[in-house]
Design a protein. Sequence first.
Length: 340
Amino acid sequence: MSHKTLLRTGPLSRGGVSPYGPVREPGTDGLSLPEGFGGRVVARSGSKVAALTWHAAPDGGACFPDGDGWIYVSNSELPLLGGAAAIRFRPDGSVADAYRILSGTELNRAGGATPWHTWLSCELGHRGRVFECDPYGARAARPRLAMGRFKHEAAACDPDRQVVYLTEGERDGCFYRFRPYDWGDLTEGTLEVLCSSGRWEQVPWPAALLKGTRHQVREARRFDGGDACHYAGGVCYFTTRGDGALWAYDAQTSAVERICDGVRAVTAAPSGDLFVSMTTTRIDVITPDREIVPFLRLDGHPGAELTGPAFAPGGDRLYFSARRGAAEGHTFEVTGPFRR
């Protein structure tokens, strides 16, 4: 199924029948899931995962293949002590290892995975940076300063056009794309900003000290606090924290559509379904038929934000975190008959 179906067939409808069936009463760890699905907590802030103490304020995340197993990477949105960590899973789903992949950074809120299996961890602070990290823990993380110095939120790679889309966590923030000179090497390239006309214009000074990137191109289009983003099937989906909206940018036509409200984070399943973390403690599904239906509810975590949704490479496990404040955080795994 094509993800572009979501962009081109009219408004969303709510209240339809979920392809997974109704959400049941809460079970273990407060998870309410459809029949046939189960869940567990794989990490708690301040507790050990393997030999690693899991970080507070877990945020953006992604999964990577690792032989017959896989790895889940998670950012930490702590000031001064942010960074990112990884959990390595064996083929049977048991935890094999956990380790840091980025330290010495702060407010690492969201990010994004690359097609060459690295993790882009984004700093939300003033003049924040993008760090390219090795989820396998073999190589040191490196800043990619050509991608700009601003309040970075998330990154999403478009392998078809060989660009990386970037969101900005400002009330008058912009939507950017980075065009590396060599795809697969983010050391050098051109930073561009989306304008109200639908055109992309080059940002003259991506690392300027005095004039922010969002103020350098007069025609730049503004969004209310850019947040998470995910690319799939020719469309970059991104959210805006200020108004809680989910947007879709069609990379072929440069059209931007506001899909729905009340969304914090987004990821895609192999089926073409979008899984969206809502501003309440639940995850909904947006089907390729443009129906939005409930999938998961988390009880017992009042006021928590559900962050970092990501599917394991096999498409049969969904990971996300529930964070509340700067200390409490739980990272969950959901298994079951996800559509393919």
